[in-house]
Design a protein around this ligand. Sequence first.
Ligand code: FE2
Length: 317
Amino acid sequence: MPNNTDSYKKIGVQPIAGALGAEVTGVNLRHFDDATFAEVRRAFADNVVLVFRDQNLSGVEMETFARRLGDLSIVAYINPIEGATYTARLLRLAEAKSGARNYGDRWHNDQSIRLVPPKAFLLQNVDCPPYGGGTMFSSLYKAYDGLSDGMKKLCESLIVVHSGSGVFGKTAKGGAGAKKPIQAEGSVTSFRFDDLDFEKYMSAEVEHPLVVVHPETGRKFLYVTGDYCVRFKDMTEIESKPLLDYLHAQAARPEYTCRVRWSPGALVLADNLCAQHFAVNDYAGYRREMYRLEIAGDAPPVGPAMPVRDPVRAAAE
Ligand SMILES: [Fe+2]
């Protein structure tokens, strides 16, 4: 990672792990000049995950900041919080049963089931437990870079079929409670299923290249997104599983990860393409509340196996 922390003039950038993640100081995300924003963008490209402490932004303020990075979007089955348009609440109650799942408690990228997945997201802590409840991230750049030349070549030839069926469908791998997000016990998020055929939405399939070239940095990364990856194109699930399992294990190697410890008002800007994330479910008995906001992707992911995507279909989505 080209990460010269002394090269910043307006902000402080302190890495929190070797692979990815940095704490940024000296910026108030409500008010900043163009030079500061340019440094934030550079730090984001270099570190993939940025942590800004004590921001305490409202949903609308989060959206104002995020619009500097691109168009906004929202998961089709989640309602925004009051007053905001795209910002959603992820809340887990202290009364949640021990052992109950919380959202995102498996390695994944968000919404890779879309032809144009969100390119980034903001997460802000509103209320955090006294310990635990951290969010882990893993670098998919590192996961790719760490492969042998032969495995890189193989991966660059493959296309992955993504679907929500592995997350919320009948054969969901996430275990009990994974059938519909609303069934996650103790988690309170506002859903809208009325105008959405949930089964259809979740069983639709979309293809992405296994190795993707990052649209901003030009670096290759391994685009494996957890349970959304159901099989390789032109292969069966059984045939695909051993290699997908290996690549997911590769992506989760501890030296490719970092863990963000939350504090009230801390806001994270995370790349949703070249990083996986994992909401650690280790705070039974405590309340945890987050605001989540996603930034829409600009185009379908491209890579050696899919150098050109269908712009007509992308525009229609
Ligand atoms: Fe997530």
